[in-house]
Design a protein around this ligand. Structure first.
Ligand SMILES: NC(=O)c1ccc[n+]([C@@H]2O[C@H](COP(=O)([O-])OP(=O)(O)OC[C@H]3O[C@@H](n4cnc5c(N)ncnc54)[C@H](OP(=O)(O)O)[C@@H]3O)[C@@H](O)[C@H]2O)c1
Length: 327
């Protein structure tokens, strides 16, 4: 089968489309014929080995996992022994997380992973980008125990995580102020934001409203700058290490003082996440935001675009099989 393979760390052009052995599903695994996947920020770190600490998880000198890609939508081609929840021909989507492997024509994935059958309303390309942003957004929302009625500011509301967070927060009944570039204010209102701030026209950290949670979904602020926006027991919730990689340290220290604090959450495996997202898609409360689409053989270009930090939502990769277009 064809796969996008990187056998060394480096810039996007270390990735090559080559023939590799098609995986065989082990006991409890599905073999998925991938029709669509994405390139996202979770792929960029292990490909480039940035930050350096990534190497302690992915291989010190060379990457142990040579095929990246963590979101997929496709069709079950075969099932391993003992699989009971899915059958050959099922249309499925999901998140392979740190197993990666989705930048390929076929992916073997445990049936108890974050997988669900596809919502009837979306195509493979539309549903593939629904899980990575949701995974990090849900980790943050659940970790900070955000409830309906709370005031939440989302910085970076047009990113994969931010656009998922706005929709997931509205589903919970939170009041959402979203920060994004001026040309996307309408788009972000369409995701459900109650109020929008153009970060190019206004410094959101000078806003007069106060918030239960400031969720920085794009790594462009700091606890120091956002502290004044927080209510007395408010939470600063970043998805990034922050300036000088201080966010994890602040998350250890700030709770000791009992007031405003930083929470830095390490995402955990969540087998129910894809099913939850499917329910929200089916009830019309979630729709993944899609920017550009590329074919698998254009994946280097897709990486370059993702690394501009300017993608709007998600970048989809269409995987064609012998000339068949994915649906
Ligand atoms: N914790 C983890 O394991 C993990 C995993 C994945 C990602 N991350 C981190 O989470 C962050 C978000 O990832 P993502 O994939 O959601 O990002 P993304 O999709 O690449 O975000 C890009 C978006 O951010 C917006 N943006 C850029 N500069 C901004 C600014 N100063 N203020 C507000 N919005 C701005 C851009 O919109 P405009 O064009 O309008 O500027 C663009 O729409 C990244 O920093 C990434 O490193 C962490």
């Amino acid at each position: 089968m064809k796969a996008a393979v990187s056998t060394r760390y480096g810039p996007p052009d270390v990735v090559r489309i080559v023939e590799v052995r098609k995986p065989a599903p082990k006991e409890g695994e599905l073999l998925v014929k991938v029709h669509a996947t994405t390139v996202n920020r979770t792929d960029c770190g292990p490909r480039a080995a940035k930050p350096f600490i990534v190497r302690f998880f992915t291989g010190l000198v060379r990457p142990r996992l040579t095929v990246l890609g963590n979101e997929f939508a496709g069709e079950v081609e075969a099932v391993g022994a003992g699989v009971t929840s899915y059958a050959v021909g099922d249309r499925v989507f999901g998140f392979s997380g740190d197993r990666f492997g989705a930048h390929a024509e076929y992916l073997a994935i445990p049936e108890d992973g974050s997988i669900a059958t596809m919502p009837a309303s979306l195509t493979y390309e539309e549903v593939a980008p629904s899980t990575e942003g949701s995974h990090y957004a849900l980790t943050a929302i659940r970790g900070a125990k955000i409830r309906g009625g709370q005031d939440v500011l989302v910085n970076g509301a047009t990113g994969a995580i931010g656009s998922a967070a706005v929709q997931l927060l509205k589903h919970l009944g939170a009041t959402v102020t979203a920060v994004c570039g001026g040309e996307h204010l309408g788009l972000v209102r369409g995701l459900g934001a109650d109020r929008v701030i153009d970060y190019r026209a206004e410094d959101f950290t000078k806003d007069d409203q106060s918030y239960d949670v400031v969720f920085d979904a794009v790594g462009k602020s700091s606890f120091g700058r956002c502290r004044r926006l927080l209510k007395p027991r408010g939470i600063y919730l970043p998805t990034d290490l922050g300036p000088l990689s201080l966010n994890p340290v602040l998350a250890l220290i700030t709770p000791m003082f009992g007031g405003r604090k930083v929470m830095f959450l390490i995402p955990r495996r969540d087998p129910g996440m894809a099913r939850h997202v499917k329910e929200l898609i089916e009830s019309g409360q979630f729709k993944p935001l899609i920017d550009r689409r590329y074919r698998l053989d254009q994946i280097v270009e897709a990486y370059r675009y993702v690394e501009t930090g300017q993608k709007i939502g998600n970048v989809v990769i269409t995987v064609e099989h012998g000339g068949n277009q994915s649906r």
